[in-house]
Design a binder for this molecule. Structure first.
Ligand code: 3HC
Length: 700
């Protein structure tokens, strides 16, 4: 027996303890260990029943997802579940923490389940683009029927122990003394003397076949309302499997489930979602890891605009004390009102209690005097995106805040090193780049300057974790990671626009790709004036020979700043729904005519290929410049900050799916038109030469 499973006999009951840190994932060693222990306990005359419990915070996080895509090694999880279920001696699962996916399927195969009150159980496979593949779709509906089983498996959300008990998934819930309670239950079952009833033989969920079939039909109708995605088949296959549970004998149902599981596992969507899961956990692996972060209890925020207010709401929600500083009394009042509006809205929608609002509000102070920030542990500067204003603020902060306080800027583009140089403490300066609305968006780029101290970097990551955000480490460059890739994406879209496509066509193509919104819808929402100001700032340094699309400038000159001015790329006669506008089309056509461009047509697939090639190529440049640590960090930025479809895993994962040689050839073909933009990054050639993919760089 491997060391991952230990067992002892207590009062005639074999207590098997799973011990595979950090989350008892059911990898091959653990499966083999459980298999041997179950067989040994079954054969031992001193054992009358078996309790399976676990060491650590969680019972089990399920199948080891790092094994997916590799050749299967026996014993398989479905076989292990069947072995447990077939035991003549009662098997009881004792669940603490989380029992998820295969971990819960293992428990479902046991003859009884008992959990600690704080435990959660669930089948979240759908969030990884797959379905429960170890009997979950067959055993769950046998216990609780189709409707709750569909809710659990399609929803993917874990249930609290008491709720799971009420549904019939658990046989008992205890406050504490979990293993003793499981042993007591085992003893009762032995004393009862009745043969155990395997879950496969249970019929509790089949009592009302008509209701069962109605639930299946309702799920299919709901499914049909969502556009089908052949790259993400899990949802429809889950419904098929739950239906099969009623229609097929158990073993045939298991075979059906297995083949559906394997179909899903091989889908682009499953690879993308699995990549996203692992990528999000990898971002925290930074060179500074292990350095004790500087403590943060009190934060000063400069600027109560849209961004500053969102940041403050996020900070207050995480239990921090916050001091807002604005440039004058009126701006301060406006900032406080913005914060109050966000809170009122949350209370009105039932997302926050009035008590929580009052408690949070009590931790907020406001002032028009920057010297009130003398005692804060961290300052987040969220003033206007203007280098002179920000540099002056940093100089002032240097003379105000206490030694050791962290000076952070929320700049989207400016050079952190320039701001750091305005202070006498460049080691304390860092970029904390939030995304708007900052109390909702999950992403935070932690921008590390040339001299940023390691404990300032780890403090940025610790703060992100406290705010429930995912932090990604970025180096200094214009736009860091996200906005740099966004710029490349927009440039590719603009070339396509100027060459013949319409904003609506490009937006529709990118929505069909899976983006939450098309690039021109985003521009209209964000406001065209902000990027116009940036383009004007960069104009003196722009390569005059580089292709430059002036359509956005012409729109701005015509006062079309997007939704807020009633017109941008689209017009907004009814408020927020954009309509194609002949005036925009006229501007585009005039630009084409001025440049002598004969418009041509583009398919949606071509538009998508161009935009993706531009994003992945810019990503490769960012990597070769050392701005990001690994390709999967870029993916996390695009997934959590820019609406890239999670099931595609991010642009670098998409590039790996396409194949890097194919990507390079595509870029070379485009480079014939506009060489300076489309030239393939050197890194692409390097990877191709060595037969490697972006994914290979994630593990280094
Ligand atoms: N397989 C492999 N590794 C896993 C894992 C899994 N199922 N679940 C978590 N891990 C790893 C993480 O990658 C992370 O690794 P790292 O330390 O190298 O970064 C480590 O365990 C800790 O994970 P978290 O940072 O997520 O720890 P938390 O304490 O925040 O959360 C958790 C714990 C709630 C269990 C969370 O990890 C989780 O939700 N895990 C995935 C659950 C899941 O989706 N299970 C279904 C798996 S598929 C399946 O079972 C198929 C079956 O039907 C056949």
């Amino acid at each position: 027996m491997t060391q991952m499973v230990t067992w002892e006999i207590r009062d005639g009951i074999a207590v098997l303890t799973l011990d595979n840190p950090p989350v008892n994932a059911l990898g091959q060693d653990l499966r083999a260990g459980i298999w041997q222990a179950i067989e040994a306990a079954g054969a031992d005359p001193a054992v009358q029943a078996i309790v399976i419990c676990a060491e650590g915070r969680n019972f089990s996080a399920g199948a080891d997802i790092r094994e997916f895509g590799k050749p299967p090694v026996a014993p398989s999880l479905p076989d292990l579940c069947n072995l447990i279920e077939a035991s003549a001696k009662p098997v009881i699962a004792a669940i603490q923490g989380k029992a998820l996916g295969g971990g819960f399927e293992l428990a479902l195969a046991a003859h009884a389940r008992i959990a600690q009150r704080t435990a959660k159980v669930g089948l979240p496979e759908v969030t990884l683009g797959i379905l429960p593949g170890a009997g979950g779709t067959q055993r769950t509906p046998r216990l609780i029927g189709a409707e709750p089983a569909l809710r659990l498996i399609l929803g993917g959300k874990p249930l609290r122990a008491r709720d799971a008990q009420a549904m019939g998934l658990l046989d008992g819930v205890v406050e504490d003394g979990l293993v003793d309670a499981a042993i007591a239950l085992a003893r009762n079952m032995v004393a009862d003397g009745k043969p155990v009833v395997p879950t496969r033989a249970r019929r509790d969920g089949f009592h009302e076949p008509a209701a069962y079939e109605a639930a299946i039909a309702a799920a299919r109708t709901a499914q049909d309302k969502v556009p089908a995605n052949p790259d993400l088949p899990a949802n429809s296959r889950i419904i098929d499997c739950i239906e099969a549970a009623l229609l097929l004998p158990f073993d045939a149902g298991l075979t059906f489930e297995r083949s559906a599981f394997e179909d899903c596992l091989g889908s682009i969507g499953a690879r993308g979602l699995r990549h996203a899961f692992l990528a999000e956990r990898r971002t925290a692996k930074i060179p500074e890891l292990g350095t004790q972060p500087r403590a943060i209890a009190h934060v000063g925020v400069i600027g109560g605009g849209l961004m500053g207010a969102g940041i403050i709401v996020a900070l207050m929600g995480a239990g921090l004390a916050v001091s807002l500083v604005e440039r004058d009394h009126d701006s301060l009042v406006a900032g406080l009102e913005r914060i109050a509006d966000i809170h009122e809205n949350a209370v009105a929608k039932g997302r926050m209690t009035a008590e929580a609002r009052d408690e949070q509000w009590a931790r907020l102070k406001g002032s028009a005097d920057i010297t009130t920030l003398a005692e804060v542990d961290l300052v987040i500067e969220a003033a206007s995106e203007d280098e002179a204003i920000k540099t002056a603020l940093f100089r002032q902060l240097d003379s105000v805040v206490k030694p050791g306080a962290i000076l952070a800027t929320n700049t989207s583009y400016l050079d952190i090193n320039t701001l750091a140089a305005a202070t006498s403490r460049p080691g304390d300066v860092v970029g904390l780049h939030f995304f708007s609305p900052a109390h909702i968006m999950r992403l935070m780029e932690v921008v590390v300057g040339a001299q940023t101290a390691p404990d300032v970097v780890t403090a940025g990551f610790a703060l992100a974790a406290r705010l429930g955000k995912v932090a990604v480490r970025a180096g200094v460059c214009d736009g860091f990671i996200g906005n740099r890739i966004l710029t490349a994406y927009r440039t590719a879209a603009d070339f396509t626009l100027e060459d013949g496509a319409s904003p609506a066509q490009i937006d529709a193509a990118m929505r069909a790709f899976g983006m939450a919104l098309g690039p021109y819808q985003v521009s209209d929402m964000a406001g065209l004036d902000i990027s116009w100001a940036r383009r004007k700032r960069l104009a003196p340094t722009r390569d005059p020979k580089a292709r430059y699309v002036s359509i956005a400038d012409r729109l701005c000159e015509a006062g079309r700043f997007g939704q807020k001015s009633g017109a941008g790329y689209y017009s907004y006669p009814d408020g927020r729904v954009g309509k194609e506008d002949p005036a925009t089309q006229a501007i585009i056509e005039a630009e084409r005519a001025a440049k002598g461009i004969t418009p041509r047509s583009f398919t949606a697939e071509e538009i998508q290929r161009r935009c993706l090639a531009a994003m992945a190529n810019e990503g490769a440049r960012i990597l070769q410049e050392g701005i990001a640590l690994r390709p999967s960090d870029l993916d996390v930025v695009l997934l959590s900050g820019y609406g890239y479809p999670r099931w595609r895993g991010g642009p670098m994962q998409s590039a790996d799916e396409i194949g890097l040689l194919e990507l390079k050839n595509t870029l070379l073909a485009y480079a014939k038109e506009t060489p300076e933009f489309w030239r393939p990054a050197d890194l692409l050639g390097e990877l191709i030469k060595n037969g490697r993919h972006f994914a290979d760089l994630n593990e280094t």
